[in-house]
Design a protein around this ligand. Structure first.
Ligand code: CA
Length: 313
């Protein structure tokens, strides 16, 4: 292991010890949270917890934590494995479906439109961000994306919906485990994913397979999921240890990260650490990636979280 790995490990360990010494049960505060401390009667939420949002979207609250991102057993771009700490966040329980897309009155770009619970696909990276902003407006939240800038820059402090960072996606997929899949080995993948071996060359309605350990469905397979990050095969050598956002954008129509593999992926491409770079479709008149979908994340204040959890009961 190289020096940068050990430096990163020492930093993460030190951070964890400091937070532990402070007696904080939830290791990382919500990034961008504008709220004060939780209400005196509210207990900190330390386990993944399902919620339902104001517009009816099912999400799971994931307390932040530290994990080892990447793998030394996969492709070169998955190395080196390195410790990463992510702040708490909410993540969609399912891939964004076509009925969810319709709810914000955006045109459906999908190839397979025979079931409203099918995941939206053929969705450009920017269209996914447009959905995030519209869903934020629908729920009275501050949109994260500035639609006036070239790359629709993300305001990390806003409380609206956005695409996950690559680190958030992998943290959620790993669900506290360290292997290629949170459920064990590839022999069980059929129980959790639509992929090359069982998909019959198409998408399927979300939520039909088993969820991962943290209650998230279809992270493996069905549609690949857009992340916010610029794709760089060497980023893990320089990634910061706390809430990494990916490399800076080198220009227009760069590759962005896709995660999880799709209905056409091999089992190896559906691994928790598998990385894929995909052009965003901005300059491609024939964008036809019917394996590209996404799910949303957002931050929530402690007070909001309590209300969301109560509404899900
Ligand atoms: Ca997926």
């Amino acid at each position: 292991m190289n020096r940068s790995f050990w430096n990163a490990l020492c930093l993460a360990t030190s951070t964890a010890l400091i937070l532990s010494a402070c007696g904080r049960s939830n290791p990382v505060p919500a990034r961008g949270s504008s709220a004060g401390p939780p209400a005196a009667t509210a207990s900190p939420i330390t386990e993944p917890t399902p919620v339902v949002t104001q517009s009816g979207a099912e999400m799971v609250y994931l307390p932040g934590g530290t994990f080892i991102m990447g793998s030394s057993d996969g492709n070169p771009d998955e190395a080196p494995p390195h410790p990463v700490t992510v702040s708490s966040f909410l993540m969609d329980k399912f891939e964004v479906t076509q009925e969810m897309f319709a709810k914000v009155q955006l045109p459906n770009p999908s190839h397979w439109q025979d079931n409203p619970r099918n995941p939206v696909e053929r969705v450009r990276w920017r269209d996914a961000k447009a959905y995030c902003n519209e869903r934020s407006r629908l729920e009275g939240l501050k949109p994260c994306y500035n639609e006036k800038t070239e790359a629709w820059d993300c305001d990390e402090a806003a409380d609206g919906y956005r695409l996950p960072t690559e680190a958030e996606w992998e943290y959620a997929c790993r669900a506290g485990t360290t292997g290629p899949y949170d459920f064990g080995d590839a022999a069980k993948l059929r129980q959790y994913a639509w992929f090359q071996e069982n998909s019959e060359e198409r998408t399927h309605p979300v939520g039909q397979k088993k969820p991962n350990r943290w209650g998230l469905y279809d992270l493996y397979g069905n549609v690949c999921e857009w992340c916010e990050d610029v794709y760089s095969p060497t980023y893990y050598h320089v990634s910061p240890a706390l809430d990494p956002l990916g490399p800076p954008s080198p220009g227009k129509d760069v590759k962005r990260v896709l995660r999880g593999g799709s209905w056409k992926a091999t089992a190896g491409m559906a691994r928790a650490t598998f990385r894929q770079g995909q052009r965003t479709g901005d300059t491609d008149a024939c964008f036809y990636t019917d394996f590209c979908g996404f799910r949303c994340v957002r931050r929530a204040t402690a007070g909001e979280l309590q209300a969301l959890i109560a509404s899900a009961r």
